[in-house]
Design a protein around this ligand. Sequence first.
Ligand code: DP6
Length: 356
Amino acid sequence: MSNQTIKKNGTIKWQSPSNLAIIKYWGKFGSQFPRNTSISFTLDKAHTITQLKYNVKDVKDEQISLSFTFEGKQNEAFEHKVKAFLNKINNDYFPFLKSYHLHFDSFNSFPHSSGIASSASGMSALALCLCTMENELYGTLADTGLFYRKASYIARLGSGSACRSIFPYMALWGSHADIEASSNEIAIPYEDKIHPVFKNYHDDILILSNKEKSVSSTAGHGLMENNPFADSRYKQANERMLTLLKALEDGNTQLFGEIAEAEALTLHALMMCSEPSYMLIDPKSVEVINLVRQYRLDTKIPVYFSLDAGPNIHLLYPNEYQSQVSSFVEDQLKPLCYEQRIIYDQVGLGPKKLEN
Ligand code: DP6
């Protein structure tokens, strides 16, 4: 395509979800490659909407030029973070970016101070906007499969777990000798081999604290390098993965839940035995965990919990138990939540391109 016909400006908008890992990514090497295979639920309600406006520069220079507003207000921290990221990747993946001024405007569906990690939804939304821009300018990503593979690759470079948010229902990331097409570079969609019970699974996110994390995930991954349990952990994750995939295929919600809880607690145990040691759960997390386990024992309903790198509890259960579980949540768990906040989320359909 000749220069004269290349678009001079445009507006692109994507909505992209957060995700909850069932087998956790914890430990990385090289350019954001995972030490073990992970798999996650793609969520529905917890998402980021990012709009990108691009305008061709009058005079092309060698700088990435961008501005960033978050929820309508200029946000210098995000601006620096995204600028540093684009400076790192543009030459290799989007060489046209320096010819444009870029303005990003981003919104999260969940409250800013909710302690919900926004890097997966934020970085995946950003990657999708950049891939759409490339396709609008050059038509090089017209193939849908290729488009989503590149989006997942770029999202990974921004934040490892973000590469999984690109696909509906569930996505798997990290190469595994026994899993066909698994890759360290991109996540792969994992919707075809899961039982229907998991396609509308509930994930109620109980917000127990609004505090900033004391140790970022990136620093946490770094501490795995000297963690004395690291090697056995990576081996364990890859073995658990095979058991989990079978449970997902069979619709075995009990085995699924047992693995989800074991993974959540392993993640936090790894933090506690890092050097230096640190803790991201708090007493309320433990209180909720005990209540969930007691409720399960009393009712035989397969309600299990997971945790991300923070104190909030994700309550996982099949759709058919929604009304019973809802009374439990409202009566016993909601009062323990920060400002009674709960995000009633569910497994979702993945990112959506929105009209401007
Ligand atoms: C505990 O993807 O946030 O949520 O790659 O350094 O950006 P970076 O880390 P990040 O780590 C997420 C860790 C986790 C588990 C998971 O999502 O698999």
